[in-house]
Design a protein around this ligand. Structure first.
Ligand code: FAD
Length: 300
């Protein structure tokens, strides 16, 4: 395609973004989170999601963050929820709690094994045993929009891509209407995965989850745990910059922009950002994707 005709250059098409945050552990982190939310909110995201700590460890903090989003902003929050470490009735109580405060979107996940990534998953004896089960349970409780995960490199516990995509299909059959992917750095891989998924008759949005690399070492270590690959070219871009934070930030912005703009040129219009509770890089990428702040829309 001639450069001038690339969507990223020929007047960006309308896009939808969503932002993921994690619940803060301290007052200082809480301040940083809300500064990020205030910076990103004017970009008018389709939704903002709040993660649920491993084993349900952030149950209360996730709930409080969602409650504050509902009370103080006009953003549409989505609550992540996992099956780990709780009975069905305890999880149903969490879901009902969200319903009570007006949250209408759940990101339903199985969660990592209670023994940690790499150990076998064992469901709580009285709990939801799979993400599919959880999707069905959430849908039974209320009229929730339910998003689920998708894995362009397949989930590390899935034996084959076919099995992995069958699980995605089961989650959709149970009521999920959107999938958000694990982060990835090779766009070709995401697009190949999309072809596989579409070939199986799955038509819901499979929104790419993008992680701006704020800290390469940390991202690489997280990627290794979750089965996401880190290409050698990416490592080489950050090589030698361990003591040079300013250049690292510039490289991080360039890498993230390159990935997002390439996806846009290849037809992608929905983007989910793992913000790590930091706004600047995400704001810059969204700006390059054509988004501009809208007038503040505070709740009445
Ligand atoms: P699933 O789709 O449930 O798949 C997990 C494995 O189980 C796969 O190997 C699959 O093949 C197998 N499987 C699932 N259902 C069946 C079935 N019915 N029969 C046979 N096999 C089955 N973790 C958190 O703790 N908190 C979060 O907030 C959180 N948010 C996330 C958001 C996104 C967008 C993503 C991509 C991941 C998130 N995770 C989160 C991580 C996630 O919990 C882990 O990756 C976990 O190991 C898998 O849960 P899942 O729902 O993503 O996977």
């Amino acid at each position: 395609m001639p450069d001038a005709l690339r969507p990223s250059r020929a007047g960006a098409p309308p896009i939808n973004v969503s932002f993921e945050f994690f619940p803060p552990k301290s007052e200082e982190m809480e301040t940083a989170l809300w500064a990020s939310i205030e910076r990103l909110a004017p970009l008018n995201p389709s939704f903002v999601s709040v993660t649920y700590g491993a084993g349900g460890s952030t149950r209360q903090r996730t709930h409080s963050t969602l409650a504050r989003l509902m009370n103080e902003t006009s953003l549409k929050p989505a609550a992540h929820l996992t099956c780990v470490g709780a009975s069905r009735s305890e999880i149903d109580e969490v879901v009902t709690g969200y319903l009570d405060i007006g949250v209408r979107h759940i990101v339903a996940l199985r969660g990592d094994p209670p023994g940690g990534i790499g150990t076998a998953f064992a469901a709580h004896p009285d709990g939801y045993s799979t993400s599919t089960d959880l999707v069905a349970g959430v849908r039974k409780i209320g009229d929730f929009e339910v998003s689920v995960s998708a894995y362009p490199e397949k989930h590390p516990e899935s034996a084959t891509f076919d099995q992995d995509i069958d699980v995605l299909k089961a989650k959709i059959d149970a009521g999920a209407t959107r999938a958000i992917t694990q982060f990835f750095f090779e766009n070709d891989m995401y697009l190949r995965y999309l072809d596989r998924v579409r070939a199986k008759g799955i038509n819901i949005p499979i929104v790419p989850g993008l992680v701006p690399v704020q800290n390469f070492k940390q991202t690489a270590s997280f990627a290794q745990k979750t089965g996401a690959s880190v290409p050698a070219w990416l490592a080489s871009r950050f090589e030698g910059l361990e003591e040079d934070a300013a250049t690292r930030r510039l490289v991080a912005a360039a890498v993230a922009a390159e990935q997002a703009l390439d996806l846009m040129d290849r037809g992608v219009q929905d983007f989910h950002f793992y913000t790590m509770n930091k706004a600047d890089l995400v704001f810059a990428i969204c700006h390059m994707l054509g988004l501009r702040p809208q007038p503040a829309q505070k709740a009445a």
